[in-house]
Design a protein around this ligand. Structure first.
Ligand SMILES: Cc1cc2nc3c(=O)[nH]c(=O)nc-3n(C[C@H](O)[C@H](O)[C@H](O)COP(=O)(O)OP(=O)(O)OC[C@H]3O[C@@H](n4cnc5c(N)ncnc54)[C@H](O)[C@@H]3O)c2cc1C
Length: 417
């Protein structure tokens, strides 16, 4: 059977897909393989998870959820999707700090690509990894934890160091969140009040098509225990409170969105935009995203507005999010408080031609592409954008001297120049 990614825009070329039922079986597969790579929940839009040899899915490994109350951590199997365990974690009284827009993705897939949610004070999902276990090229288990040498290189690793089997995440006592949507935020207000807007709630997302009207929707996710002042207002810098539930896409079904209208609910049921039971976003789509230091936010937004006539025919929606700087070598937020400009595109060949235009326009801001989405940024440029890339290559050379986990994506990006 032909195997494709979630959006259906990429057909994997791997010779086979293996689903081991135990870690020992996985170790044998890796030790005996010439080329092998992990496949998560297939939500990336490019060939990042492909392999010239074997692809391995962890979906048949036994489930695990071990909470260490003293250490404030939870350990899960790496192939688990967030949506499969967040409710149980909450029922036990605990929370993860943040989620991506969808709970359908696997933990290992998310952390491997530097996946993030939003919030000025919120780190990306990989930056709350306290430790992990991976099977390296020789089939042996390597355990690493925060504080170990090269730990910062091991978490966002784009599958290049081995196959991660268990991940330990920082947790905190559970909290409630309310979600409020405001509509029609004009560009002047967004420009003049950008910092106030992004700090007006625990997590803020602004959706736009780059047209004259500005941000069509602003989603505020506010922690009930911290303060919800902005979310209770009738107006937010001229934007008005939505009168009904919304979907980020203008014609999208609001039933697929997590509850809005200021109704408090558990963190796991508000921090993602989409619920697990439904298709997130559109499905028939492509995505790309570029991330840069937040001091460039307004200039980068203006650069995308200038491209609007070229982008608009192919765009479904764009989203502006923020995140806190981290110290993970290949994280798009490495070393800088970050703003991300995300694009959901129609499934249209023309998108590939738009990417270099956008990358040129964002080059002055040293924009890093999301590893799991579409981009054309080449290896030489990635070397400039990621100061720790040489150290990462050295680490990969030590753990995988024969390039067992390499694939064409890694050869042309991380190892290319
Ligand atoms: C509808 C939609 C919404 C999205 N929203 C967001 C968002 O809000 N924020 C954001 O940042 N991104 C978002 N993304 C992108 C998504 O989070 C990333 O593409 C993520 O990597 C997908 O995880 P996955 O489990 O599908 O991994 P895959 O796409 O299957 O794999 C991604 C990478 O992880 C590696 N990998 C997977 N499992 C393992 C393992 N066990 N060990 C080692 N390496 C492994 C693979 O080899 C590959 O390199 C979205 C994508 C979609 C389709």
């Amino acid at each position: 059977m032909t195997s494709v990614n979630w959006a259906g825009n990429y057909t994997y070329r791997a010779e086979s897909l293996v689903k081991p039922r135990s870690v020992e079986e996985l170790q044998d597969v890796i030790a005996g393989a010439k080329q092998v790579k992990a496949l998560g929940s297939r939500h990336s839009f490019n060939d990042v998870a492909d392999s010239p040899g074997i692809q391995v899915s962890l979906e048949n490994l036994p489930a695990e959820l071990t909470i260490d109350e003293a250490a404030h951590t939870v350990t899960v199997n790496a192939g688990a999707r967030y949506g499969e365990f967040v409710e149980r974690l909450n029922d036990a009284g605990w929370a993860i700090h943040n989620l991506a827009s969808l709970p359908h993705i696997s933990v290992a897939g998310a952390i491997s690509t530097g996946t993030h949610g939003s919030g000025d004070g919120n780190l990306n999902l990989a930056a709350v990894v306290a430790g992990l276990e991976l099977i390296t090229a020789d089939g042996l288990t390597l355990s690493v934890k925060r504080g170990d040498p090269s730990f910062e290189g091991t978490v966002v690793a784009v599958g290049a160091l081995g196959i991660v089997t268990r991940v330990t995440l920082d947790i905190e006592p559970t909290f409630d969140v309310r979600q409020d949507v405001f509509v029609n935020l004009g560009w002047p207000a967004l420009r003049d009040h950008f910092n106030e807007l992004t700090s007006s709630a625990y997590s803020v997302s602004m959706f736009t098509d780059w047209g004259e009207q500005g941000a069509n929707q602003v989603w505020l996710k506010s922690r009930v225990d911290v303060g919800t002042a902005a979310s209770q207002q009738q107006e937010l810098f001229g934007a008005t409170r939505a009168t009904h539930a919304m979907h980020p896409l203008p014609d999208g079904p609001s039933a697929n969105s997590t509850e809005q209208g200021g109704v408090p609910g558990p963190w796991w049921n508000r921090l993602a935009h989409f619920t697990l039971e439904f298709t997130p976003s559109d499905g028939q789509e492509l995505q790309s995203e570029y991330l840069f230091g937040r001091e460039h936010a307004i200039d980068a937004i203006e650069a995308m507005r200038a491209l609007q006539p070229r982008l608009a025919p192919h765009l479904m929606v764009a989203e502006i999010r923020t995140m806190r700087a981290d110290d993970l070598w290949l994280s798009p937020a490495y070393g800088r408080d970050t703003v991300g400009l995300h694009f959901t595109w129609k499934q249209d060949d023309a998108v590939q031609e738009l990417l270099p235009l956008m990358e040129d326009a964002l080059a002055p801001f040293d924009a890093r592409p999301h590893w799991g989405k579409l981009f054309t940024t080449n290896a030489a440029r990635l070397l400039e954008l990621y100061p720790k890339l040489p150290e990462f290559r050295e680490l990969a050379g030590r753990l995988d001297p024969n390039g067992k986990f390499r694939n064409p994506y890694l050869d042309r990006t991380i190892f290319g120049a």
